[in-house]
Design a protein around this ligand. Sequence first.
Ligand SMILES: [Zn+2]
Length: 142
Amino acid sequence: MKAVSYRDQEWLENLLADIWYQHFRDVEQNNDVVIIWAKRAKRRLGSIEIDGRDGHTSIIKVNRLFQDLEVPEYVIRATIVHEMTHYAHGFGSPHDKKQQHPHSGGVIRKEFAERGLVDLYLQQKRWLKDNWRNFLLERGML
Ligand SMILES: [Zn+2]
């Protein structure tokens, strides 16, 4: 990483809190939810799962490459909205399952749309399409 990033653990937690408050206020938090920077990855931007150690905490993991300041903040926001959508749909969370598979039938895009976040969805897609491959190349990830 070239510059020291301000995107530390506290920043990530604040971002989740902000997104939850701004866009998911209707989604009850009925368990502990933690968010952490996870390993650098080419494809996996984020994930959510129930902690296997305690069986109830939701862990949202975000690709550590996103600490790099060349990645726009909206890419990270969109990743967290994606994982929060899974949480709301009962994947990696104690909520009732809204559908059988976490990504079936365009449910993610639909959720962004219903929350007025289509632009964010498209911005992320666009940035990844235009920049991700070079970003990975420059960092020896490809
Ligand atoms: Zn997903």
